[in-house]
Design a protein around this ligand. Structure first.
Ligand code: SAH
Ligand code: SF4
Length: 353
């Protein structure tokens, strides 16, 4: 019996399936359109008979069961915790709604092996890579629950997407070709897996690259991001420059601001100095107010400090923006819902700026 995970089934898989079921060929097209063009749940497709929907439950099974859904107080951010039907691995997804569109933040792994000290996912360790079907299902199910059009997908949930390159890229291709997302609206965020950045630079689809830098020098960065010992900043910037040159696209550098650790004038000056050589295309720094996690006692920077840090970067010729934190009341940051459910209550949020 042919069974295909619902969101990794290709058009050819759907045709094969419909043929095996001895149903008319147009059914394959209807299923494909329901899944990718109209982006509805198959159960809601009015042009498919109930008997076929029941068969598809088995032949095109979903990969994830919802365990928790949380909605922020303003109703604009939603977060889900899913459980894999196969092995109960936990996966989280965030939907952020804006006036006329929505962004989905997806996980690429259950857990993460990179062990960044300030990150709840890193603190919890690695479970396994997610499949492209599981990555795509997060986007599609989030889209189905929103009446805004999902226009952006960011790989900023749990996991390191470039450590799960093939499944991540398989998902990116389908988001671009089947869901019709523009390449620049698909953002792959990496902690600095240099060979992965170079592979991305060679791909045809020019996605947006975000690199989580967090520090201007190797000594400091290595205390926050263990992978820095393997791929130091100079190598990361070199790979980022290659990406920027081959895609004609500015690279975003994420920088989580931690009070007195990486947020002083000294750090801003040093950061600007490192990023200026990226050249005319330039770099864009996105400052992230640190979200508190249980396993990391250091405080996030104050809002005033982040504003000053951004102003200094701009003065030195680097574009800088500050990420508005969404859904902090539902732990809308990387890895945080999972850790709360798995470990206990989240820490007091008085250290959030
Ligand atoms: N592994 C990838 C993508 C997932 S993490 C990466 O590290 O880039 C997505 C973003 O959330 C990264 O920029 C990461 O540094 C940031 N992040 C992790 N923990 C955080 C925290 N406690 N507060 C603020 N940002 C955090
Ligand atoms: Fe993994 Fe990214 Fe968290 Fe680091 S910040 S532990 S790479 S998810």
């Amino acid at each position: 019996m042919s069974v295909y995970p619902r969101y990794s089934a290709t058009e050819k898989d759907l045709s094969n399936l419909i043929e095996k079921l001895r149903l008319p060929g147009y059914r394959a097209k209807q299923i494909y359109e329901a899944l990718w063009s109209t982006r509805i749940a198959l159960e809601a497709a009015t042009n498919l008979p109930q008997s076929l929907k029941e068969i598809l439950e088995e032949r095109l099974p979903l990969s994830l069961d919802m365990t928790t859904e949380e909605v922020s107080a303003d109703g604009l951010t939603r977060k889900w915790l899913w459980q894999s039907r196969k092995d109960a691995a936990q996966v989280e997804t965030v939907l952020m709604e804006y006036p006329s569109r929505a962004t989905v933040c997806v996980s690429s792994q259950a857990g993460c092996a990179m062990g960044c000290t300030f990150c709840a996912t890193g603190q919890a360790g690695f479970e396994r890579h997610l499949t492209r079907a599981e990555i795509l299902e997060q986007v599609l199910r989030a889209a189905q629950s929103s009446n805004r059009r999902v226009s952006n997908v960011v790989f900023m949930g749990m996991g390191e997407p470039l450590a799960n390159y093939d499944e991540t890229w398989g998902a990116v291709e389908r988001l671009h070709r089947d869901l019709g997302l523009s390449a620049r609206h698909i953002t792959v965020s990496t902690v600095g897996v240099v060979p992965g950045i170079r592979r991305l630079a060679a791909e045809e689809i020019p996605v947006t690259l975000a690199v989580s830098l967090h520090a201007p020098d190797d000594d400091l960065r290595s205390t926050m991001v263990p992978l820095n010992n393997r791929y130091p900043i100079a190598e990361i910037l070199d790979a980022a420059a290659e990406f920027a040159a081959s895609k004609g696209r500015r690279v975003t550098f994420e920088y989580a601001c931690i009070a007195d650790v990486n947020d002083t004038d000294y750090h801003a000056n040093a950061l600007a100095k490192r990023l200026i050589p990226l050249g005319s295309l330039g770099a864009h720094v996105n400052l992230i107010p640190l979200n508190p996690t249980e396993g990391f006692s250091t405080r996030g920077s104050s809002t005033v400090r982040i504003l000053d840090f951004a102003a200094r970067l701009r003065m030195l010729g680097i574009t800088a923006t500050i990420r508005r934190n969404r859904g902090t009341d539902i732990d809308g940051a990387c890895g945080q819902l999972r850790s709360r459910v798995a470990i206990g209550p989240r820490p007091e949020s008085d250290s959030t700026p």
